[in-house]
Write a protein that binds this ligand. Structure first.
Ligand code: CP
Length: 318
């Protein structure tokens, strides 16, 4: 296989520049308004996306498959449970074979090393559909939704509540750093729930150029102060053992987003959750089903932004 030097991958949001993220977001908004225009519906004729899933999914699988269909292409769902990655053959061999059949590879895996190995060996663009370090499709979708609701990113403060040692928090931190925003990562002081130092350092470095302020705070009301966006994510990510549930609920309950937290934020603050959500855990039903919640607009945008990501990586965004 001859490696294409122009090949681009999306393993975490900072694989793209801010300008590229904005280009993708603006294109997604444009396509969303005119999705059946023939200039879009045959863009991926004869193109195939392979989707490797090592973990469950609703939104990611359905939105990628539907997006490929809407652009005139085809998506293959492959559960790696049928042939676990790196067991019967190396990840390198799996990736090199798949690259001979399809135009793109998307993967949802357990560990960042797995997606890095896939990207290093692929002859086609690779999209990370979630690992333990990043969830870039989700965060590009979130920023599309923020642009639609707020009209700008300038001067915004996003506060993330709960378990902050996870892929969604990390890519939100990177994105807020890259976009020069304020972000409060609001979590218990127990390091089990705090972001990894590597990600904090990564964001500090980016913020030197952008003026962003990304902080870890433990005071719930301090996090809500002046917030334009309050974000919560599941306390029970895929793979967390059932027996840990009781302890996690006890530890994280003080960080639940409830109406008191929303009232402490700006009056026009929006509530986001990448879903799946559990009412009564990371947020109350009153918040997620209330007027400030935009979670289903957010979920819809997975479809639109992923179509734009695919076209960007295939150099078909024109
Ligand atoms: N938000 C998200 O990635 O949802 P799924 O796990 O259902 O794909």
């Amino acid at each position: 296989m001859v490696k294409n030097m122009a090949l681009r991958h999306l393993t975490k949001v900072t694989d793209f520049t801010r300008a590229e993220c904005e280009q993708i977001i603006d294109y997604a908004i444009q396509m969303k308004a005119d999705r059946w225009n023939p200039k879009y519906t045959s863009k991926l004729k004869n193109r195939t996306l392979l989707m490797l899933f090592a973990k469950p999914s609703l939104r990611t699988r359905v939105s990628f498959e539907t997006g490929m269909e809407q652009l005139g292409g085809h998506a293959i769902f492959y559960s790696v449970k049928d042939s676990p990655l790196g067991v019967k053959e190396t990840i390198e061999d799996t990736t090199k074979c798949a690259s001979r059949y399809v135009d793109m590879i998307a993967a949802r895996v357990f560990k960042r090393e797995e997606i890095q190995k896939i990207a290093a060996n692929a002859g086609v663009p690779v999209i990370n559909m979630l690992d333990d370090f990043a969830h870039p499709c989700q965060i590009l979708c979130d920023f599309q939704t923020i642009k639609e609701k707020k009209g700008t990113f300038d001067g915004l403060k996003l506060s993330f509540y709960g378990d902050c040692r996870n892929n969604v928090t990390y890519d939100l931190m990177r994105m807020c750093a890259m976009f020069g925003m304020k972000m409060d990562v609001v979590c218990p002081s127990d390091p089990e729930y705090a972001p990894e130092q590597e990600v904090i350092d990564e964001c500090k470095e980016i913020s030197k150029d952008t003026g962003a302020v990304v902080r870890v705070v433990h005071d719930v009301m301090e996090g809500a102060h002046d917030a334009d966006i309050i974000y919560a994510d599941s306390w029970m990510s895929y793979g967390i053992p059932k027996e840990e549930e009781e302890k996690r609920v006890k530890d994280l309950m003080p960080y639940q987003v409830n109406s008191k937290v929303m009232e402490a934020a700006k009056p026009d603050c929006i509530f986001m959750n990448c879903l799946p959500a559990k009412r009564g855990y990371e947020e109350t039903a009153e918040v997620i089903d209330g007027p400030q919640s935009i979670v289903f607009d957010q979920a819809e945008n997975r479809l639109h932004v992923q179509k734009a990501i695919i076209l960007f990586l295939l150099n078909l965004m024109n």
